[in-house]
Design a protein around this ligand. Structure first.
Ligand code: AMP
Length: 267
């Protein structure tokens, strides 16, 4: 397994692999890898990738000023071992300095699907996501990239970016990986105390058979969570829908103590 820190070096290697006829998959992550991330690597394998490039980068541009950029968990050694065990062929560990050069001034802004949900609560978040993902696409030349349904809005936004900017690759969306308890795996789960972990179970439970947005919010509040949003939207356009029915997606963001957790269910 190759390890790259320099964007130029990754780009050169990927260009050469591609010229040699190898099919390249990209799996973008912020690291502190768990089974959710590993499932993306496995999906890449199943889809016939010859090279699987995992990027590990806590992207400062997608964090708001009062968010957890500084304390976001990092463990490079463990991530390397997990990537190797899962069958990645290259890992990209850039630094903020070599991803964002002095006076970096070009950003990618998606202006439709990013408006609501997490986009409304985290101004600039999807601008940061789209920008870093566009850069990763230009560096890795992937035939396809794998994202998790866990970040439902993100996957939709990236698909739109690929469509609207004519990126020449496919987007694969892999299902949400959960703990046995139902809690969606997340690097941020590491912030949770035992009591909060218990409390957080209300999120997946509330999405098992959601009747109305109100009833979901009520369940969360009853468990002691602070609701950021519960919304039912069209699964494609992300436009608000009144009724939870086929073709919609119910999305939740809630604070468990200080930790903001998200989850969703496509109906
Ligand atoms: P992150 O490192 O949290 O930015 O996530 C990197 C990628 O892994 C994103 O495409 C996420 O949607 C995906 N991912 C994170 N958690 C899960 C999970 N529990 N199940 C499936 N995919 C996930």
């Amino acid at each position: 397994m190759k390890t790259f820190r320099e964007p130029k070096k990754l780009q050169k290697w990927c260009r050469e692999r591609k010229a040699a006829g190898r099919k390249i998959a990209l799996v973008p992550t912020m690291g502190y890898l768990h089974e959710g991330h590993i499932s993306l690597i496995e999906a890449a394998k199943r889809k016939g990738a010859d090279e699987i490039v995992v990027s590990v980068f806590v992207n400062p541009v997608q964090f708001g000023p009062n968010e957890d950029y500084a304390k976001y968990p990092r463990d490079e050694k463990a991530d390397l071992a997990k990537c190797r065990a899962a069958g990645a062929t290259a890992v990209f560990f850039p630094t903020p300095e070599n991803m964002y050069l002095d006076r970096h001034s070009v950003y990618v802004v998606e202006e439709d699907l990013s408006k609501g949900l997490c986009g409304a609560r985290r101004p600039g978040h999807f601008r940061g996501v789209c920008t870093v993902v566009a850069k990763l696409f230009n560096l890795a030349h992937p035939d396809f990239a794998v994202f998790g349904q866990k970040d439902y809005q993100q996957a939709q936004v990236i698909k739109r970016m690929v469509r609207d900017l004519n990126f020449d690759l496919d987007i694969v969306v892999a299902p949400i990986v959960r703990e046995k308890s139902g809690l969606a795996k997340s690097s941020r789960n590491t912030y949770l105390s035992d009591a909060e972990r218990e409390m957080a179970l209300a999120i997946s439970r509330s999405l098992q058979d959601p009747k109305t947005v109100k009833s979901v919010a009520k369940q969360l509040e009853k468990a002691g969570l602070k609701v950021d949003y519960v919304e039912c939207v069209d699964a494609e356009t992300l436009e608000p829908r009144r009724k939870i029915e086929k073709g919609t997606c119910v999305l939740v963001a809630a604070y468990c103590g200080k930790t903001r957790l998200i989850d969703n269910k496509v109906i």
